[in-house]
Each structure stands twice: as structure tokens, then as C-alpha cells.
Ligand binder design. Structure first.
Ligand code: G1P
Length: 297
């Protein structure tokens, strides 16, 4: 097989209104809500970087300028902190602004996830690329996107990240069916966006990680609106699957749904417990709360 082109760019759709987190997201982009003290989108950009991808394409909309500011230089603040000898904070700010090259594209009218991805066409060009959805945080030894790139490199096909979900959650996701080629890799033969449980091909949900070949763009250009009247990436991927084949990876790691209030809290607790400066205090507090709750019955 001829060598595959390297995946150099990642698309991060970030134009959503964040209605699930109102009123917090009225003036603050949901992507900047922090897990402990790091905005969710910074974890996503970190994953991109750790996977060896050097350019991020944000698909944004009105009121999302703060995301670009977050990854930009803030020289006055750096100088002030430097003078005050707060070197750790300076290093922290420098780290954020030197993560990756950032390109921003406006979506204009939001017409669905497929449309958001299509907005990146000019920046991506004729290359394979990754898509990461900011609501899905994956804590893994090998970054989830890297695990998926390895599958792409081995098989030369588009790949989605798969996660087993409960009956109740099936209608909230794109669901895939197919046969397992290895322990973790599925050769997908069906993809349905948010099916009813009875119509779902399995419980394997597409979570927010995709490696796509550029052939998806021509399909998206012609894609009719699907579920919810939106241009769905899942519908376009189903066409690509029939044409070129498509793989799903049951990746290793723990996924958190930071787009859901409870998932957001779970992620906060889990990531805080990984911080040596916070862990002992948080554990003590959790024990206290538990004991108090037991007493109250
Ligand atoms: C989107 C996709 C869906 C996927 C989900 C993962 O849905 O359309 O196929 O399973 O992301 O988070 P959304 O959550 O934007 O409604």
C-alpha cells in the first residue's frame, strides 16, 4: 500500500450555543467552562497536540471570540506576572499560547455538525483530518486521537471512536453496527444518527472522535438534512462507509461527557483527584459529605 498522507490538522467544532449550561453560557462559551482550572477545550487541544497534530481549526460563531483569546498571547499579563516572580503562572500562560497553530472559521448559520465540518474544507484541503468534539473528554494513557491515528495508519480507512452506552443513552448518539475485526476494531456496516432503541444496530455509540478522509467533503456538499433538520456528519459518514469502508475503535481510556451537567461534575472530581495538590483535601471532603449523608439517612 502506498504511504498514507499524515494527519496534520484537527477540526474542533465550537459554534454550539451551550444551552444545556445556561445561564453559565449566556456570556461565556461553554468550551471555556473549566474542569478544575483548565477549560474543557484546552484538554481537547492538548489531546490534539499529544497526537502529533500541529494545526487546529476551530469552527466558531458569534460570541465565541474568547476561545481565540484563550489560545492567544496576553503579553501585559505575562509581563506583570513575571515582575511579580510568579514564574509558574507565566509558564502556564506560555504553554497555552504555544500549543498548536490555530485557525478559526466562522460557521455563520449553524446547520448541524456535518455543516460545521464542511466549513473547514478550504483550510483542510485534500488531506485526511481529525475531528474532536469538545463535550467528550477522554482520559487515557495513549491519547484517544493517537490511538485512532494508529488504526488509520494501519488500515487506511476513516475511523470513529466507539463507546458502549446504556439503553437509555442509545437515542442520544450516532450508533454503529458491524463485526469486530480485532478486540477493539469494528468494521462498521451500519451507522444511524440517534436511533430509537428498537432500531439501533447495537449499543456502540460514536463519541466525539473522528479521523476522516477528505472524500467526506464532496459527500457533505450534497448531504440532505437529516435528524432534527440538520446536516448530520453521521449520514455523510454512512455514505463514505458504503463507498470506502469505515472502522470504529473501542478506544482505551475513560470518557466523560462534559456537555452534560452530571458528566461535567464527574470530570471535575476525576481530574481533581489526579492533582496531588487537591487530592487529599477532596478525598477528606468527600468522606465528610458521605458520613453526613449517611447520618441524615
Ligand atoms: C453528535 C453527533 C452524534 C455523536 C455525538 C457524540 O451529537 O451527531 O452522532 O454520537 O455528537 O457526542 P450531539 O451530541 O452534537 O447532539
Amino acid at each position: 500500500m502506498p504511504t498514507l498522507p499524515r494527519v496534520r490538522k484537527a477540526v474542533i467544532p465550537a459554534a454550539g450555543l451551550g444551552t444545556r449550561f445556561l445561564p453559565a453560557t449566556k456570556a461565556v462559551p461553554k468550551e471555556l467552562l473549566p474542569i478544575v482550572d483548565i477549560p474543557t477545550i484546552q484538554y481537547i487541544v492538548q489531546e490534539v497536540m499529544d497526537a502529533g497534530i500541529d494545526t487546529v481549526v476551530f469552527i466558531t460563531g458569534r460570541g465565541k471570540e474568547a476561545i481565540e483569546d484563550h489560545f492567544d498571547q496576553y503579553l501585559d499579563l505575562e509581563t506583570k506576572l513575571e515582575k511579580e516572580g510568579k514564574d509558574d503562572l507565566v509558564a502556564c500562560l506560555r504553554k497555552v499560547r504555544s500549543m498548536v497553530q490555530i485557525v478559526s472559521v466562522r460557521q455563520g448559520t449553524p446547520r448541524g455538525l456535518g455543516h460545521a465540518v464542511l466549513c473547514a474544507r478550504q483550510v483542510i484541503g485534500d488531506e485526511p483530518f481529525a475531528v474532536l468534539l469538545g463535550d467528550d473528554l477522554v482520559d487515557a494513557k495513549v491519547p484517544c486521537t493517537k490511538q485512532m491515528l494508529d488504526v488509520y495508519q494501519e488500515y487506511g480507512k476513516s475511523v470513529v471512536g466507539l463507546w458502549e452506552v446504556s439503553d437509555e443513552d442509545v437515542p442520544k448518539f450516532g450508533i454503529c453496527g458491524g463485526k469486530m475485526m480485532t478486540d477493539r476494531i469494528m468494521e462498521i456496516s451500519a451507522m444511524v444518527e440517534k436511533p430509537k432503541l428498537a432500531e439501533a444496530p447495537s449499543h456502540s455509540a460514536i463519541v466525539g472522535r473522528y479521523i476522516l478522509t477528505p472524500a467526506i467533503f464532496d459527500i457533505l456538499e450534497k448531504q440532505a438534512p437529516g435528524k432534527g433538520g440538520e446536516i448530520q456528519i453521521t449520514d455523510a459518514m454512512a455514505t463514505l462507509m458504503r463507498r470506502d469502508g469505515f472502522l470504529g475503535l473501542q478506544f482505551e481510556g475513560q470518557r466523560y461527557d462534559a456537555g452534560d451537567k452530571f458528566g461535567f461534575l464527574q470530570a471535575n472530581v476525576a481530574y481533581a483527584l489526579k492533582r496531588p495538590d487537591i487530592r487529599p483535601k477532596l478525598l477528606a471532603y468527600m468522606r465528610e459529605v458521605l458520613a453526613q449523608t449517611k447520618k441524615e439517612g
